[in-house]
Design a binder for this molecule. Structure first.
Ligand code: HMG
Ligand code: NDP
Length: 429
């Protein structure tokens, strides 16, 4: 039974959770071996992935539960070191599923390759020359990656921009060619770079200029994913707060973030709390996603909230998130890192477009989790209660002592390492 609603999952042992997943999903023997061995990434594999390897740096991998997106169930693998993130995502996903779940959509997967051309004697003539050869440039780019074209992707369009045209610009004029490439299910950085590099000699000839940079743009604003949720106030009710109060608080919190970059950065960090863990767990490039997301949040010219929260005519809370999402289900480390392969088996998405839509849903849920806590009890109550276990470990607790010290910290309402050290000393006396 493929449901993502597994009440009490967090009360099971790690071993019990793994066993349950084995029953719910199909894994290869190799995946099972990795899953149970505790060795997430063998040193020999790590040594082939990056340079100067001296070890690996594991992160906890948890499951965001309860996600219902476009009517499909998802258990979301999340690799993250911060307590309460997974719990909060699961909490809001549970609420949203009661309201019918997330609805999402995504554009086609069009990524951008840039070619920088400097020193053309007649910049307008150079632009014209490139545009006149548009079809043959696209053909040449595709000839550099025929397997992508065979999959239904490849270079589809081309644009030419002139930068710094104004005479008072402090920087030199240059031409930038944008090649629009459908990268199918790959994030596409290497594919794009291969294509734009292959065009450079022709571009130099056509423009009589010098080509410098030939690289993808991480501002993937033609590769967008959107998520939406509509929540009746009754589901938002919280101890001491009506659903309407919570709803209005969330809308005010959004307006704060939309009006003030100091708040917007923290608000958006809360969104990335949900996004980065799934991007990491699925073996994707989280720096690329982070860079694109923050640039998109500043697309109006002013850095602002990535999400919007409003009230509809029926009084429901409506949340929306649209972001560039340059992720893949193939390529890069995805089929190399054993845990990324396992994460894909659990997540069970069929395409990069589907993965992108799951990711923005988690980002939207995570944002609401934080905002709901902030406009009611404050963040410390839920977050610090879960953080208390890390504090106990930092103070030297181990084994069964961890939960005992964590409990004592919560009771004392002093969740800090100094207090935990005192408690550990008393405990071991
Ligand atoms: C932590 C909760 C969810 C507790 O909230 P609660 O009301 O005590 O939760 P509950 O006990 O009623 O449980 C509700 C559901 O939450 C999940 N859940 C509940 N507990 C667990 C757990 N231990 N492990 C796994 N899942 C858990 C689980 O799905 C559960 O349903 P069930 O399965 O029981 O039917 C809530 O207080 C919360 O969402 N707090 C916000 C936490 C948060 O945002 N953390 C991010 C770190 S802070 C930060 O970095 C960002 C920030 C805040 O600065 C961003 C910003 O400013 O905007
Ligand atoms: N600025 C940036 O963001 C940069 C990022 N990178 C890194 O690049 C990597 C991502 O590049 P990417 O090009 O995606 O990865 P790869 O270089 O691994 O290319 C993906 C490969 O997947 C194969 N493939 C199999 N099935 C499909 C499918 N359905 N759709 C598309 N391709 C398929 C293709 O090979 P074939 O056609 O032969 O089967 C293709 O070569 C990441 O590791 C990233 O960190 C690198 C440079 C810059």
């Amino acid at each position: 039974m493929n449901t993502s609603r597994i009440p009490g999952f967090y009360n099971m042992t790690v071993e019990e959770r793994r066993e349950l997943l084995m029953d719910m999903h199909t894994f290869t023997e190799e995946e099972k071996a990795h899953f149970f061995s505790g060795e997430a990434l063998p040193a020999e594999t790590a040594d082939k992935m990056i340079e100067n390897v001296i070890g690996t740096f594991p992160l906890p991998l948890g499951l965001g539960l309860n996600f219902l997106i476009n009517g499909k169930e998802y258990k979301v693998p999340m690799a993250v070191e911060e307590p309460s993130v997974v719990a909060s995502a699961s909490y809001i996903a549970k609420m949203v599923r009661e309201a019918g779940g997330f609805t999402t959509e995504a554009t086609e997967r069009v990524m951008i390759g840039q070619i920088q051309i400097v020193g053309s004697p007649d910049i307008q003539a150079a632009k014209e020359a490139l545009l006149n050869e548009k079809e043959s440039l696209i053909e040449d780019a595709n000839a550099a990656y025929p397997s992508l074209v065979a999959r239904g992707g490849g270079a589809e369009d081309l644009e030419v921009r002139i930068l710094n045209e104004a005479s008072d610009s402090p920087y030199g004029q240059m031409i930038v060619l944008h090649l629009y490439i459908n990268t199918c299910d790959a994030m596409g950085a290497n594919i794009i770079n291969t294509m734009v590099e292959s065009l450079a000699p022709t571009v130099e000839k056509l423009t009589s200029g010098k080509v410098y940079l030939r690289i993808l743009s991480n501002y993937a604003d033609k590769c967008l994913a959107r998520a939406r949720c509509v929540i009746p106030p009754a589901l938002l009710e919280s101890e001491g707060f009506t659903g309407e109060e919570v709803r209005d608080g969330v809308v005010h919190a959004f307006e704060f973030a939309a009006s003030d970059p100091y708040r917007a950065v923290t608000h958006n960090k809360g969104i990335m709390n949900g996004i980065d863990p799934i991007v990491i767990a699925t073996g994707n490039d989280w720096r690329a996603v982070e860079a694109g997301a923050h640039a998109y949040a500043a697309r109006s010219g002013r850095y602002s909230s990535m999400t919007t929260w409003s009230t509809d005519e029926a009084g429901n809370l409506v949340g929306e998130l649209e972001l560039p999402m340059s992720v893949g289900t193939v390529g890069g480390a995805i089929r190399v890192h054993p845990m990324a392969k396992i994460a894909h088996s659990i997540l069970d998405v069929e395409s990069a477009r589907e993965l992108a839509q799951v990711i923005v849903s988690v980002g939207l849920a995570q944002n609401l989790g934080a905002l709901k806590a902030l406009v009611t009890d404050g963040i410390q109550k839920g977050h610090m209660a879960l953080h208390s276990r890390s504090v106990a470990i930092a103070a030297g607790a181990n084994g069964e002592m961890i939960d005992i010290i964590a409990e004592q910290l919560i009771k004392a309402k002093e969740i800090r390492v100094g207090k935990a050290k005192e408690l550990v000393e008393n405990h071991t006396k």
